[in-house]
Design a protein. Structure first.
Length: 112
């Protein structure tokens, strides 16, 4: 929702998303967000990806956390592509050290 608000006002943004597992279609938002991901994933497949993206807690086995991190990146890549489709230059990066938070991705966008 933050990224959407920034796009509507043509503002630059830096976000650190934490909402993955609870993403769902609403009256205001539909998923996947980008045309690229809509061509590849159904809504149901995207929801599965989002549920896996929530599996990054330190208490989980390392392999499961790695899969969670990869899924988290894909969800954020969908968010980034959607902003790019609307005239933004966007990067998805991880905060350092990565151990600072299990949800350590940042999405940085600047209107072109």
């Amino acid at each position: 929702m933050v990224i959407e608000h920034c796009i509507k006002t043509r503002a630059s943004f830096v976000t650190c998303p934490c909402c993955y597992g609870f993403i769902q279609n609403t009256s205001k938002f539909n998923f996947p967000k980008s045309e690229q991901f809509k061509k590849t994933l159904s809504y149901k497949e995207h929801m599965i990806l989002c549920r896996f993206a929530d599996q990054t807690a330190v208490q989980l086995p390392p392999q499961r956390r790695l899969i969670g991190k990869q899924c988290m990146y894909l969800v954020d890549l969908d968010r980034a592509r959607a902003a790019e489709e609307r005239g933004y230059s966007v990067q998805v990066i991880s905060m350092e050290p990565e151990s600072c938070s299990p949800k350590n991705n940042m999405i940085v966008g600047v209107p072109i």
